[in-house]
Design a protein around this ligand. Structure first.
Ligand code: HEC
Length: 162
């Protein structure tokens, strides 16, 4: 009579495991719910960066920068899972505190110049977009052509007199 008892134990074990897994899934789902992203489509359309930059530049920014430096973050599926949500939200918030392209037209001349210099510095050092981002978004890598376009645009801003 050893075998049936053992298999009863096995069943209990299995049920315990399933229960633990279900609880974990529930905690994960609830945490994900409470940390969910506010829809970025709430931002007014007029603020969209298309209207702020030349088309060429806008295309590059959209490809490589806007996910973090505008409120128009395209959130990947895994970005809805706690605690990844918290990490990404924090990262995007920090990026927008440094530089929010949607607000560009509200910048003072001085801030525009400083941010333009920082942009050149970041792309020259290959620091933006961040390497961790490129791992999951390889298409967002700046091409040599993108870099020269961004630089041409930067030069123009730096040489504009106002
Ligand atoms: C994955 C998110 C992400 C992407 C994509 C990204 N950035 Fe950033 N960026 C950040 C974060 C976070 C910071 C603030 C922390 C830091 O400086 O590393 C930042 C800071 C900056 C700064 C300010 C740096 C300074 O001197 O303090 C500039 C300029 C910048 N980014 C430009 C760009 C440009 C241009 C692109 C596109 C080619 C880009 N970023 C793409 C996340 C991002």
């Amino acid at each position: 009579m050893k075998l049936p008892i053992q298999s009863k134990n096995d069943t209990l074990h299995l049920m315990k495991k399933i229960l633990i897994l279900l609880s974990a899934a529930l905690v994960c789902a609830l945490s994900s719910y409470f940390t969910r992203w506010e829809s970025s489509s709430v931002a007014p359309l007029e603020a969209k960066s298309e209207l702020v930059f030349p088309v060429k530049i806008n295309r590059i920014l959209d490809k490589s920068c806007n996910d973090c430096h505008t409120p128009y973050t395209k959130i990947p599926l895994y970005g809805h899972i706690f605690p990844i949500t918290l990490y990404l939200q924090d990262h995007v918030e920090e990026a927008q505190t440094e530089l929010n392209f949607v607000k560009w037209n509200e910048f003072t001349r001085k801030r525009k110049l400083r941010k333009t210099e920082e942009i050149i510095e970041q792309i020259d050092n290959g620091e933006m977009p961040p390497k961790s981002y490129l791992l999951l978004h390889p298409d967002s890598k700046l091409s040599t052509e993108d870099i020269s376009e961004l630089k041409k645009w930067s030069e123009k801003i730096l040489n504009e007199d106002e």
